[in-house]
Design a protein. Structure first.
Length: 452
């Protein structure tokens, strides 16, 4: 519980209406999207602008109060669970689109704006902000930057960090830092924009973002392909990339994921399908048509069972809605879900799915696999029911084996429980940066910085 004099002091900064301490409100903010872990904050504070963020942090730092910045709370790894109590700094009031600069293909936004809202506005100028973490209607730009969210368009367009030109960040002691800018080359020496991107709220609070925009593609085509086995699907992915075709998206779902979707699964998928790919191509119409013909031929050569090309936006949305529903559908059909990230070289994605299947059968578990297969980003997701406690040790074992498999294939592994990669000096350097910028460790303490 927070001392009354501190609540009064924070209220003087942001207004009493924006310091929330009612129990049911605190409970709402004790979780992110992973329901397996929670901790009550002492207060929710909603600043209106950078100056208020700066004053809140200066006070929190002086009093050594933990601060957990929060966008919408859609991350899946307890990145905002207030494990040490303290403040949830809720950025939802700072959600303005400040400028669209068509001449410099840039927009300046506050951190609380949703990606879909930004895209709705820039579309009026024939522009897009490409990153799409699968949660565009709820992901805030601040959360995306802080997580360097990867996304369903990363294969062609890259991840969030490729679209961040500059930032305004409030440091732990309240100092306001400006990094980068609208110039294409806007940094000499240390690239602080890149350092802050992916720092998961542990180095500062992002209060403004200059994003890079792209011209909207002339044409977009999307298809859904079903396979009788995932090896064929994996080989088809490799063949598409080997043919130097770069789809905007190349997504994979295995049979466990497809079954969990239930009525949300696209109706065109036959029931005995073991793997599905969603492939979207965008660009100049002639190139898109040419690439679609080449992809169709590759899919046929790899024993595809069924291909459906979306003819309308509604059909296209049906494919994407299925993919976007994967995580929530898996969560609904199981008591316990341990979702992990296995990020491997894209050429090894089929090998990784093969290993996940063997690990599942060896440990007598159900493990779903889905993700951005074109980028080599897979989400092996261990599913089990809480009633059978013996499965917890099987699941822990499976998690270790998945991690070992990812490392063996030249990748990295992240989960809510662990991050595995080689390189102790790297860990040392990260800690040195953290403690020089936040010596009192008030910003998102105990959060382990992971890949998006
Ligand atoms: C169904 C589903 C699918 C998803 N798919 C993907 C995916 O494909 N790729 C992916 O990367 N993610 C994915 N996510 C995770 C998540 O949606 C995204 O990473 C999203 O960008 C998080 O935005 P948010 O506003 O909810 O951030 P939050 O969850 O609120 O915060 C995320 C992190 O950013 C920090 N943070 C938030 N705002 C700020 C700020 N202004 N300054 C400093 N730090 C801040 C928080 O402290 C926390 O560490 C998915 C989530 C769901 C539920």
């Amino acid at each position: 519980m927070m001392r009354q004099d501190l609540i009064d002091a924070f209220s003087r900064i942001v207004g009493a209406n924006h310091v929330l301490t009612a129990n049911d409100t605190l409970l709402e903010y004790a979780y992110d999207k992973d329901p397996g872990f929670s901790r009550l904050p002492d207060a929710i504070i909603e600043p209106a602008d950078t100056a208020e963020v700066s004053r809140v942090l200066a006070l929190a730092n002086a009093e050594k109060i933990p601060v957990y910045p929060r966008g919408y709370g859609s991350n899946l790894y307890n990145a905002i669970t207030p494990v040490e109590g303290g403040i949830i700094l809720l950025l939802r009031r700072m959600n303005s689109l400040l400028e669209i600069d068509t001449a410099n293909l840039a927009a300046t936004v506050e951190p609380g704006i949703f990606v879909a809202d930004l895209n709705k506005e820039v579309k009026k100028f024939g522009l897009i902000f490409p990153p799409d973490p699968g949660t565009i209607f709820t992901a805030t730009i601040g959360g995306m930057v802080a997580q360097n969210a990867t996304n369903i368009r990363s294969l062609k367009y890259g991840s969030t960090k490729h679209y961040i030109m500059g930032l305004e960040v409030v440091l732990a002691d309240g100092k306001i830092l400006k990094t980068g800018g609208k110039n294409v080359k806007d940094v000499a020496g240390y690239d602080l924009t890149k350092l802050m991107t992916g720092s998961q709220g542990t180095l500062g609070i992002i209060t403004k973002v200059i994003v890079k925009l792209m011209p909207a593609p002339e044409t977009q085509k999307c298809l859904l392909a079903g396979f009788k086995n995932f090896v064929d699907a994996g080989k088809a992915v490799k063949a598409i990339l080997d043919d130097k075709i770069v789809p905007a998206t190349l997504e994979f779902m295995d049979s466990v994921t497809i079954q969990a979707l239930g009525s949300k699964a696209p109706s065109s998928l036959p029931p005995d399908i073991k793997a599905a790919l969603i492939i979207e191509i965008d660009g100049i119409t002639k190139v898109v048509e040419n690439d679609m013909a080449k992809i169709s031929a590759i899919l046929q050569a790899h024993n595809v069972q069924q291909v459906t090309v979306a003819e309308t936006e509604i059909e296209q949305d049906a494919f994407w809605n299925a993919r976007r529903a994967a995580i929530t559908s898996l969560a609904k059909s199981n008591d316990i879900m341990w979702m992990t990230d296995a990020i491997i070289p894209r050429s090894k994605a089929a090998d990784m799915v093969d290993k996940i299947t063997s690990i599942a059968s060896k440990n007598k578990l159900t493990i779903a696999a889905f993700g951005h297969i074109g980028d080599g980003v897979l989400h092996p997701t261990i599913l089990f029911n809480a009633s059978d406690k013996s499965l917890i040790s099987h699941a822990s074992n499976a998690m270790k084996e998945i991690s070992a498999a990812a490392l063996e294939l030249g990748g990295i592994f992240c989960s809510r429980f662990q991050e595995d990669r080689s390189g102790q000096p790297e860990t040392y350097a990260k800690q040195a940066i953290k403690f020089s910028l936040d010596p009192n460790n008030i910003l998102n303490p105990v959060n382990r910085v992971k890949e998006g």
